[in-house]
Design a protein around this ligand. Structure first.
Ligand code: MLT
Ligand code: ZN
Length: 461
């Protein structure tokens, strides 16, 4: 059967693209390691469109790759093997909002910021947030169980999903949990699809929980003397304030954001590390507590200097010191690792990782930053200007087994929030047992018996 005529018959000519620019654009995410090579891009407008595509793909054993905002960092949305990309850009409507339920039902292609704005317009709040909120899509966030900068208070995307509509790899439509808060009727399949990276089925709609907005979010940036002190500062502020974020970055990382993006330094003192914390500054008493904790940390010499926002716009500019890191570093073709351990293990872990890489990557510049309040650190190794990307990635990867073994020994994860995709697929055994991986493969074969849903990603089925 001729493929393209059938695709256009299913979705309409206007919803299928095959020009080379679109193939390149929609066939990849933010990773640069694989060349996009899909055969067509399909833009379904309804769940039934997605179902028709999946049913047809099964008859042809045609591989489908889901595409959301394509802001992923693990190659989960890369189509490098003549797949058809299913792009959710035209399923971008918020179908329902209910103030009593505090929920909004979104098509998969709704942009994160669109949902945040809807919540705001209705005096509510959607708390999952990250630098790519302006382009990432709700369906992709759920498929990767996106985390970001507010996990310390609000948890991951998983915590906010009340219901899911999915098309499985068999072409069945499942309406999971139907927006209920309580539903004790057996296996919660909704949670199986969250974080499954499109390997079991495609999410087409989601009912998301909203909450009351935090009051007067205030940001502090603190200059920190050493890694042990960083965790002590975290503990001190966590005990006295209702933290909504606790992020960190090293001085070298700050250097790049400051020099390349022109973002002003928070204060004159340069310190080895910085913490950025955010809290609800909802009373005078709270503010006093914040200052008191700050003074204590200064006295103990954990903190060497600090700045606190006095307005929303000041809070936003301080946030840029952290939020602009990823985009700034992308100019240096970084090799990225996204690692986590339990929060209490961070000092020991970080010291061991930093030692391992500085001893072994002597020619490379290594930067780190992350969501230290939830145990997640991002290690970025910068490509030297005069080195070919392939050679650079090869050399970086050669140290992975040692970094991952160390992570395994400390019961950590080799992918904390960026997902597995293509890039970490062969490394998941550092974080998941062989029994778990075998069960994952069996689950894949139930939901996607012909292996057409995002094949080659997450597990080698
Ligand atoms: C971040 O925390 O900035 C994002 O996860 C992206 C990145 O790690 O570069
Ligand atoms: Zn992150």
């Amino acid at each position: 059967m001729k493929l393209l005529p059938k695709l256009t018959e299913l979705l309409g000519t206007e919803n299928i693209l095959t020009d080379s620019d679109s193939l390149k654009r929609y066939g990849c995410d933010w990773t640069k390691t694989h060349q996009p090579d899909p055969i067509a891009i399909a833009f379904p407008k309804t769940t039934e469109h997605v179902q028709a595509l999946v049913k047809f793909a099964n008859t042809q054993e045609l591989a489908l790759v889901p595409s959301g905002g394509r802001t992923g960092l693990s190659g989960g949305a890369v189509a490098a093997n003549k797949e058809v990309v299913v792009a959710f850009d035209r399923m971008n409507k918020i179908i329902d909002f209910n103030a009593t339920d505090r929920s909004a039902t979104c098509q998969a292609g709704v942009i994160t910021q669109q949902l945040q704005q809807l919540a705001k317009d209705n005096h509510l709040y959607y708390p999952v947030n990250f630098a790519s909120s302006g382009s990432s899509q709700i369906g992709g966030n759920i498929a990767t169980n996106a985390g970001g900068i507010k996990v310390v208070r609000y948890g991951l995307t998983r915590n906010w999903v009340l219901g899911l509509k999915v098309v499985t790899g068999n072409g069945e439509i499942l309406d999971l949990n139907k927006g209920l808060v309580k539903n004790a009727t057996g296996y919660d399949l909704r949670h199986l699809f969250i974080g499954s990276e499109g390997t079991l089925g495609f999410i087409t709609e989601a009912t998301m929980r909203l909450t009351k907005p935090p009051k007067n979010l205030t940001v502090m940036v603190l200059g920190i003397s050493n890694i042990d002190a960083l965790m002590k500062v975290f503990e001190a502020f966590q005990n006295t304030l209702d933290l909504t974020a606790f992020e960190c970055f090293s001085d070298r990382t700050l250097h790049y954001v400051h020099t390349d993006k022109g973002i002003p330094l928070p204060f004159d003192t340069r310190t080895p590390y910085y913490a950025l914390l955010e809290f609800e500054n909802d009373s005078e008493q709270r503010e006093k507590e914040a200052f008191k904790t700050f003074d204590n940390c200064i006295q103990k010499e954990w903190v060497l200097d600090g700045a606190m926002s006095q307005s929303e716009s000041q809070a936003q500019s301080l946030w840029r010191l952290r939020e602009d890191i990823s985009e700034t570093l992308s100019a240096y073709t970084p090799y990225k690792n996204d690692l986590s351990v339990k929060i209490s293990v961070i000092p020991e872990y970080l010291e061991a990782v930093v030692q391992l890489i500085t001893e072994n990557y002597t020619e490379f510049e290594v930067l780190w930053y992350g969501h230290i309040g939830d145990g997640n650190i991002h290690l970025n190794i910068l490509k030297p200007e005069n080195m070919e990307a392939d050679e650079f990635f090869k050399q970086c990867k050669s140290l992975n087994p040692r970094i991952f073994q160390l992570t395994q020994t400390m019961n950590g994860s080799v992918s904390a929030e960026h997902g597995v995709g293509l890039l970490k697929r062969d490394d998941i055994s550092y974080s998941r047992s062989k029994e778990e991986i075998a069960i994952m493969k069996e689950l894949k074969s139930i939901f996607d018996p012909n292996g057409i849903m995002n094949p080659g990603k997450l597990i080698n089925a």
